[in-house]
Design a binder for this molecule. Structure first.
Ligand SMILES: [Zn+2]
Length: 428
């Protein structure tokens, strides 16, 4: 399913077109000519590339607010180009990339370099700038200059901003710039050497635990800072029931905050660590079933705004280390829809709701405009089959890395094709 140049004429036949910007659905074929959506009723030229979409939903391409593409400095794990391949395979047409590269993206020049290097890729890459210079947590980076160069948000993700005054200043400054601050919320001292959720299971396995309060104490501090500064805080990868409750309470009090959850935190639990599989070692960790259900409920009732992948590639050599020494993170773009849809559909969500969590809702968090699904607009589409049950395999991975515990799992819902004006990836 590697991405190839978009054929001159593409016909998506027999699907239901769902537009997340209007909420409207209708049965119709979609004709794309020279990368643009054609007018209703236009005759189909011969030689069109046909994508059969009976039983499928055709909709806006997915938007990921949180991915790590490792370029510059970690090109053995992922590059902008291989990350874009993984995105296309997963139905994503836009990806916001985190700043914790080597060196970190903490200057207008570094933001401009990411944009330049990704300009020809089939997906749109939006750089997120670091909050602090060199991601050292001490002094604010050049936030204004980075916004002018194209940064869509600021984050030291991978590392928490420990100093409350620094984060307070960042929120004040970013409020003025109209961009969100995303803080990796884990109290480093409470997390300690924790490699999995702290609880009965970590004790039984003899592995160091990372308690839910490591996340909750920092989320609470960040929410207070957002309330007092008027800054736009976006809470990444919410993993505990307690953090969901805190976000619910602050939203109810009228504080303008947003939050995301990953597919793995709504679909998987700490039980996966029983086999000492380092592919299941993530930060924040997979938690209990009670936490998983609370995060899922938060997404369904809107307390958590959207799904984001936290796609975090690592080499096989890195992940072959033991549980204590292997790095945190899993790749997630390719399995995101199947894993999230399975969990959400199991909790009663419609496919349209899941699509909203991957399109309109993340776009709103980042202040991005969706492409209208109208004649004359550039193609930015995904075709999903919400009914297909399938086994995710190694062959479905297009990232440069392989670190995911999902291969071998049965998923419900599959991306059949991703189409942008620059490329096509399909499995027909
Ligand atoms: Zn993070």
């Amino acid at each position: 399913m590697a991405t190839r140049p978009l054929p001159e004429v593409v016909l998506i036949r027999g699907g239901t077109l769902y537009d997340p910007s209007t909420g409207h659905s209708r049965q119709r074929d979609v004709l794309i000519v020279d990368g643009m959506l054609a007018a209703d009723g236009e005759s189909v030229p011969s030689g069109a590339h046909v994508i059969e979409a009976a039983g499928c939903v055709v909709t806006h391409g997915f938007i990921d607010l949180h991915a790590h593409f490792r370029e510059p400095g970690g090109e053995d794990k992922e590059t902008l180009a291989t990350g874009a391949e993984a995105a296309m395979a997963g139905g994503f047409t836009r990806v916001c990339v985190m700043a914790n590269t080597d060196p970190p993206v903490d200057s207008p020049e570094a933001i401009a370099a990411i944009r330049e290097k990704s300009a020809q890729l089939p997906v749109i890459i939006y750089p997120i700038g670091a909050i602090t210079a060199k991601m050292a947590g001490l002094e604010l980076a050049e936030l204004r200059g980075m916004r002018s160069a194209g940064a869509v948000a600021f984050s030291d993700d991978g590392k928490p901003v420990t100093d409350g005054q620094v984060l307070r200043n960042a929120l004040l400054y970013a409020a003025d710039l109209g961009l969100p601050i995303i803080n990796h919320a884990e109290d480093a001292a409470l997390r300690g050497a924790g490699v999995m959720n702290e609880g009965a299971l970590s004790t039984r396995l003899g592995l160091p635990g990372n308690p839910g309060m490591a996340e909750e104490s920092m989320v609470y501090r960040d929410l207070l800072l957002a309330q007092n500064t008027g800054g736009r805080l976006h809470v990444p990868h919410v993993s505990t029931a307690g953090a969901v409750d805190q976000i619910r309470a602050f939203k109810a009090a009228g504080v303008a905050i947003t939050a995301e959850a990953t597919p793995h935190h709504i679909a998987l639990t700490e039980e996966l660590l029983r086999g000492f599989d380092t592919a299941a070692k993530v930060a924040p960790p997979l938690r209990t079933d009670r936490d998983r259900e609370a995060v899922l409920a938060g997404l369904l009732d809107g307390v958590i705004d959207c799904i984001a992948t936290d796609h975090a590639p690592h080499t096989v050599e890195d992940k072959e280390l033991d549980m204590v020494n292997a790095p945190f993170g899993m790749i997630a773009l390719e399995s995101a829809f199947g894993l999230a849809h399975q969990a959400l559909a199991g909790a009663g969500a419609t496919v349209e709701q899941v699509i909203d969590m991957l399109t309109a809702r993340p776009a709103k968090v980042m202040g991005l405009e969706l492409t209208p699904l109208k004649p004359g607009a550039a193609a930015e589409l995904v075709v999903v089959d919400p009914h297909e049950e399938w086994t995710f395999g190694i062959g479905d991975i297009h990232s440069k890395s392989r670190n995911t515990p999902v291969p071998g799992m049965r998923l419900r819902g599959r991306v059949r094709a991703t189409i942008t004006s620059k490329g096509l990836s399909d499995i027909n």
